[in-house]
Design a protein around this ligand. Structure first.
Ligand code: NAI
Length: 323
């Protein structure tokens, strides 16, 4: 299609934005013109103007236009893709309830603005943390948009899990299929290897349980912290890459399982309504949770623990009147 795809990015002047925008403008979502709608808070707009100057200076053939602003209603007008990256970071002295409440204000407002202004086919992906619960808040404040159009990002965990397994087995990542992250995007997320295939054979049969429990899961779960320690800043390019991977696949379809945090329909006993990570496939722009997967007791226990975290967050935001 030659009509520009209208893509909103929030928190566009932030770290992730600085990687994300250039990849989007270069055609990462597909070979079609793109119009960028960039939302920031007022004080960050001057810095965002600098980023827009750099976008200009790339002369991207597919970049049909860039608009910036601090008003969600104007920025979200007519968008078919919304990448909600901007969020309130945890500051010193803030507990989890403060964080949920600060972000709650952002995501109730953005949910309403999407509801009233976005295109009918809008797909919303939340990257800003706590991503799953922020997605739940936005979804709950956008009654006219079907729930399944609200996803949260667990693709970074998925990609991390894939590379760690590939390194362990000394194979390229392309040998790995049917890998999936379940649950919340926090340190309780669960990468299931018991249904994963490597070079046509079961992954779990090529590693032992102690490695999975004591090394693999903790390495994937604490990778964000390891990157902060090494780089002095949180993962940004890899988070932008995962955000693009998720949206690319949601728009264009999949050939293997991907991990997507989606509103649960009750599959696998995951509480209906919460936004939790599942193995998904996508056809014609619609995702489906992969059905018929066998989960062993270890997996069931890990998934239940992560789902319990999501239920706890849901209860808190309900108490705060955000959903
Ligand atoms: P950053 O702090 O560099 O940028 C965030 C930007 O959001 C800032 O420019 C800020 O002005 C903006 N912002 C804040 N409130 C806003 C609002 N109401 N509307 C529009 N913009 C607003 O942070 P960074 O590194 O870019 O990360 C962004 C978010 O992504 C964080 O919440 C981070 O925790 C999360 N993240 C999520 C990952 C995932 O896998 N789901 C991975 C890595 C980061």
């Amino acid at each position: 299609s030659t009509t520009p795809l209208k893509v909103a990015v929030t928190g566009a002047a932030g770290q992730i934005g600085y990687s994300l925008l250039f990849r989007l403008a270069a055609g990462a979502l597909g070979d079609r013109p793109i119009e960028l709608r960039l939302l920031e808070i007022e004080p960050a707009l001057p810095s965002l103007e600098g980023v827009v100057m750099e976008l200009d200076d790339c002369a991207f053939p597919l970049l049909a236009g860039v608009e910036i602003g601090a008003d969600p209603a104007a920025i979200f007008s007519g968008v078919s893709v919304a990448m909600l990256v901007g969020a309130m970071p945890r500051k010193e002295g803030m507990d989890r309830a403060d964080l949920l409440s600060a972000n709650g204000k952002i995501f109730t407002g953005q949910g309403k603005a999407l509801n009233d202004n976005a295109a009918d086919d809008v797909k919303v992906l939340v990257t800003g943390n706590p991503a799953n619960t922020n997605a739940l808040i936005a979804m709950s404040n956008a009654p006219d948009i079907p729930n399944e159009r609200f996803n949260a990002l667990t693709r970074l965990d998925h990609n991390r899990a894939k590379t760690q397994l590939a390194k362990k087995l000394g194979v390229p990542v392309t040998e790995i299929s049917q890998l999936a992250i379940w649950g919340n995007h926090d340190d309780s997320m669960y990468p299931d290897l018991f249904n994963t295939m490597v070079g046509g054979k079961s992954a779990a049969e090529q590693v032992d349980q102690a490695w999975i429990t004591d090394e693999y899961i903790p390495t994937v779960a604490t990778r964000g912290g390891a990157i902060i320690k090494a780089r002095g800043a949180s993962s940004a390019a890899s988070a932008a890459n995962a955000t693009i991977d998720h949206m690319h696949d949601w728009l264009n379809g999949t050939s293997d399982w991907v991990s997507m945090s989606v509103p649960s329909d009750g599959s696998y006993g995951v509480t209906e309504g919460i936004v939790s990570s599942f193995p998904c496939t996508v056809t014609d722009g619609q995702y489906e949770i992969v059905q018929g997967i066998e989960l062993n007791d270890f997996s069931k226990e890990r998934i239940a623990a992560s789902v319990a975290r999501l239920e706890g967050e849901r209860d808190q935001v309900k108490q705060l009147g955000l959903i």
